[in-house]
Ligand binder design. Structure first.
Ligand SMILES: *[C@@H]1O[C@H](CO)[C@@H](O)[C@H](O)[C@H]1NC(C)=O
Ligand SMILES: *[C@@H]1O[C@H](CO)[C@@H](O)[C@H](O)[C@H]1NC(C)=O
Length: 342
């Protein structure tokens, strides 16, 4: 019985895709002049489930086995064509790999992303639940030509425009994307309002660094002063920025949302250290009923999230105006230094 259940989606898929074929080949099972037009599985007035059951019942064990693999063999006596369903559209329909190429007998098809195992559950509420999962893309989805520009042998994060090297991850890569990092879909819509966040914060220096100005590193780059404090000289314990965000579900159905907080250091620090222009510093998932509001409270660790690594890998907290981006919101936090002794 288990095997039958697994076969059903495959057969439905094969029959459905076969229907879009053109004249050059033998007619498909249920097409006019096809070998199965009088059989129940071709009768459109019957429920899909009965049609699938009828078709499966007509298959021999050997035929079923040959249909279980991606290069499914055809069953000519029933007019079922062979089908290469490698491109199951989990990652979009692509023209790579052994899957279907459009053109010729298959000028096109409507492909729905499907997971064979999930389809085999025949559990509609499970599908509904999967559709409602509010995920965010945890990677950057690069266009195809990225592969040529970023060879496997070069793992440098920072972009090198002079050499055509695009950089890696959303923190350093600024070129076109198929889907950006953090991308996600939802059946509903959310808006953000800032309920609480400081506008400024002082970084305290630790131990003997507290009495010397040398911990504050001010360098001039392109006429701008980039000042920063080494993380190793800062008192990091408890140094965090509390951010409270109200998430409103402005759609007409319940949904879950992931609040992503990105921090951008002062522009001078980005220029001085080739630092990432933004980085994800906090995220929190929340379920909000339709029309409702939920408050999300997050603490951003300053030494970790608001510091940048210079080219030697030394982590520094840039002094000055940092900005936090949360969805459509932007908030500025100015970091200063306490107890400089100057
Ligand atoms: C179907 O999926 C739901 C989750 O949405 C689960 O709670 C339920 O037990 C599943 N039903 C069956 C028959 O497996
Ligand atoms: C200040 O920054 C410059 C450039 O990053 C570096 O060469 C220098 O060693 C730094 N000085 C201190 C005290 O950290």
């Amino acid at each position: 019985m288990r095997r039958h259940r697994l076969l059903l989606p495959l057969l439905v898929l094969a029959v459905a895709s076969a229907a879009s074929s053109v004249a050059a080949r033998a007619p498909f099972a249920c097409a006019p002049g096809g070998p199965a037009t009088s059989l129940p599985f071709c009768r459109q007035s019957l429920p899909l489930r009965s049609r699938a059951r009828d078709l499966v019942a007509r298959l021999t064990r050997a035929e079923k086995v040959r249909l279980l693999v991606n290069n499914a063999a055809g069953v000519p006596r029933l007019g079922v064509a062979g089908y290469e369903w490698w491109s199951e559209a989990l990652h979009g329909v692509s023209d790579t790999g052994p899957g279907v190429r459009f053109g010729g007998a298959f000028p096109g098809a409507t492909a729905f992303p499907q997971v064979i195992g999930t389809a085999a559950s025949f559990n509609a509420s499970l599908w509904e639940l999967i559709g409602r999962v509010r995920g965010k893309l945890p990677v950057t989805w690069y266009p195809q030509d990225y592969l040529q520009k970023a060879p496997m042998t070069n793992m440098a994060m920072r972009a090198n425009p002079a050499k055509g090297y695009p950089g890696r991850t959303y923190r350093f890569y600024t070129g076109p994307t198929i889907h950006p990092f953090g991308h996600g879909l939802s059946y509903t819509k959310f808006t953000h309002t800032l309920a609480h966040a400081p506008a400024q914060l002082s970084v305290r220096l630790s131990g003997h660094h507290a009495t010397t100005a040398s911990s504050l590193n001010a360098s001039t780059h392109l006429g701008r002063v980039a000042a920063d404090v080494r993380v190793s000289h800062a008192r990091c314990e408890g140094l965090s920025i509390l951010v409270h965000v109200d998430v409103k579900n402005v759609g007409d159905r319940d949904g879950a949302h992931t609040v992503l907080v990105y921090a951008s250091p002062p522009a001078a620090a980005v220029a001085a250290h080739s630092a990432p222009a933004r980085q994800l510093v906090a995220f929190e998932k929340v379920h909000v009923t339709a029309g409702g509001v939920a408050r999300v409270k997050m603490g951003l660790d300053v030494c970790h999230g608001l510091s940048v690594a210079d080219r030697d890998g030394v982590r520094r907290i840039p002094v000055g105006e940092h900005s936090l981006t949360i969805g459509e919101l932007t908030h500025s936090v100015t970091l200063g230094v306490e107890q400089l002794g100057v």
